[in-house]
Each structure stands twice: as structure tokens, then as C-alpha cells.
Design a binder for this molecule. Structure first.
Ligand SMILES: [Cu+2]
Length: 124
């Protein structure tokens, strides 16, 4: 090995190591993210005898919530400020919404405003 090829080899070796480090860092970050994110879950809320059960649920953005109505009367689940709404849920029907970060905490039934419950959105 002469004096002219040695710096070149050193450079190549350095670049290769740098790329390896980058790949490792990106690799570990990706694996870390997979384990850091709790899986998306589906929450079920029963509507029976004009009551939402459970009354309060903890959710994360991206989760889904399904309301099932077992009353004869139709109901809705509607954000208190009106920014989300399942629409009418008839007897035996289910309606599902996906949780967004800006959903407000309390909701009610449009037809029976005394029917109230809460969803608590916790950031990821
Ligand atoms: Cu109702």
C-alpha cells in the first residue's frame, strides 16, 4: 500500500462507517416508534334505557368509538359544541366515529339532551 492510496481508503472507510451509523440510528428510531405507540383500540358504548354506558372513556386520537343502541327510541352521540355527530342511531344499530385530537370532552343525545357522557382524549 503506497502513500497515495491510504488517504483514499481512509475516506471510504469513514463514509461507510458514517452511513452505517445513520442506518442504525434510523433503524433504532423506527423500532422505538413501533414500541412507543400504543395500538389503536376500539371502544364500545352501549345505549340502554336512555343512558350511555360507560359514562366516561379514555381514548387516543385514531381510536374508534362505536355506540350501539338497544333502546326502542332513536339516539345520537353528538359533541356538545356540535363539531361531531354520529347521526341517528336506531334500535339495534351501531355507529362508529374515529377520534380526532380536537374532539371535545362532553357529548349528548340530540333527541334527549339530558343524556350526557364524556370522552377524554389523551395525546399519544
Ligand atoms: Cu336519545
Amino acid at each position: 500500500m503506497n502513500i497515495y492510496t491510504q488517504p483514499y481508503l481512509f475516506k471510504v472507510y469513514n463514509v461507510f462507517t458514517f452511513r452505517q451509523i445513520i442506518f442504525l440510528v434510523i433503524g433504532f428510531m423506527s423500532v422505538g416508534n413501533i414500541y412507543a405507540q400504543t395500538p389503536i383500540s376500539t371502544h364500545k358504548i352501549e345505549i340502554a334505557e336512555f343512558v350511555f354506558t360507560p359514562q366516561t372513556i379514555d381514548v387516543k386520537p385514531g381510536d374508534s368509538i362505536t355506540w350501539t343502541n338497544s333502546d326502542i327510541a332513536p339516539h345520537t352521540a353528538t359533541g356538545s359544541d356540535g363539531n361531531w355527530d354520529t347521526g341517528t342511531i336506531n334500535m339495534g344499530e351501531s355507529k362508529t366515529i374515529v377520534v380526532s385530537a380536537d374532539m371535545n370532552l362532553s357529548y349528548l343525545c340530540k333527541f334527549h339532551p339530558n343524556m350526557k357522557a364524556e370522552i377524554v382524549v389523551k395525546p399519544d
